[in-house]
Design a protein around this ligand. Structure first.
Ligand SMILES: Nc1ncnc2c1ncn2[C@@H]1O[C@H](COP(=O)(O)OP(=O)(O)OP(=O)(O)O)[C@@H](O)[C@H]1O
Length: 285
């Protein structure tokens, strides 16, 4: 898929959710891998209790943008971001900055504490990454890091998390078996259960179904639709049908820019930009 710079200068159409509904609000974000700039002035408003999908051709910056939201890139030397990522009244990129016109805070201030940030904004990766421990411990491990709970309370958290991730029925009789003994699709739902067990506000998913068969994908999608009653979800996907099926808002990116951001129903039926129209009709790629 080759776009020259002229073709990519397609303008942008951004129809954000109202300010009071935004849990995260990315404004004018630039991102750099060393000297290589991967994001250019990106805006991403994320509505609370909704699923936001990020789509676009390979290399357009979807995963990079997702990785900025819980600052996981901070663990890698040479990577840095500039701009504003507003979360609970605070600019994550500059916690001391006085932010005007920020969405209302609904949770704890992060105060520059990245460990707290990653507990509030959890992440599930492309390949399932269960810990080499029992199914039960996969979930209990993270909870213990954040809270002191009794065995009975932990049993309840494990059951609730697995139920919400649509996995309980398949594993309830083998909680002491290794997480690695599950199928790929089950492992991915275990990772979702692990992510939500610590009750984050936001769950980030980077192409979580790319390694799954259609049945496992359908189960994961069902789980995500249920989960948005309790959590906000941002998902990167190459699967346009999936984005159209499950998301409330869609952001279409091209060459490091946010070209179109709109409610998904409208965006897929009537793309506002020629670039997104070409992309969803398969004219490119
Ligand atoms: N670790 C890295 N070091 C240097 N450049 C990187 C790194 N990771 C990504 N990039 C570059 O940043 C740009 C955006 O990459 P990114 O992975 O965010 O795109 P993407 O839209 O998620 O792609 P895909 O759909 O193929 O996963 C690309 O030009 C890519 O080559």
């Amino acid at each position: 898929m080759n776009f020259d710079a002229k073709q990519a200068d397609v303008g942008s159409v951004i129809l954000p959710p109202p300010m009071e509904q935004r849990v995260l609000d990315v404004r004018g974000l630039n991102f750099f891998y060393g000297k290589h700039q991967a994001l250019f002035g990106v805006d991403l408003p994320v509505a609370r209790g909704k699923i936001t999908a990020l789509i676009g051709p390979s290399g357009c910056g979807k995963s990079t943008l997702l990785r900025t939201l819980n600052k996981i890139y901070d663990l890698y030397p040479g990577q840095h971001a500039e701009g504003q990522i507003l979360f609970n009244g605070e600019n994550l990129l500059n916690p001391r900055e006085a932010v005007e016109d920020a969405p209302p805070a609904a949770g704890l201030a992060i105060n520059g504490d990245n460990a707290r940030l990653r507990a509030r904004i959890g992440m599930v990766f492309q390949r399932p990454t269960p810990f080499p421990m029992s199914i039960y411990e996969n979930i209990a491990f993270g909870v213990r890091l954040h809270r002191n709970v009794s065995r009975a309370q932990m049993d309840e958290i494990v059951e609730t998390s697995l139920t919400r991730a649509a996995l309980w029925d398949e594993v309830k009789d083998k909680l002491d078996k290794s997480g690695l003994s599950l199928s790929g699709g089950q492992q991915q739902r275990l990772c979702v259960a692990r992510g939500i067990a610590v009750e984050p506000e936001v769950l980030l998913l980077d192409e979580p179904a790319s390694a799954l068969d259609p049945l496992s994908t359908a189960k994961l999608e069902t789980a995500l639709i249920e989960l948005k009653q309790s959590f906000t979800i941002v998902i990167v996907t190459h699967n346009l049908q999936q984005a159209a099926r499950i998301s409330d808002y869609t952001g279409f990116m091209l060459m490091g820019k946010m070209v179109e951001f709109r409610p998904s129903g409208e965006a897929f039926v009537r793309p506002a930009t020629a670039a997104m129209r070409d992309y969803v009709t398969g004219r490119y790629g």
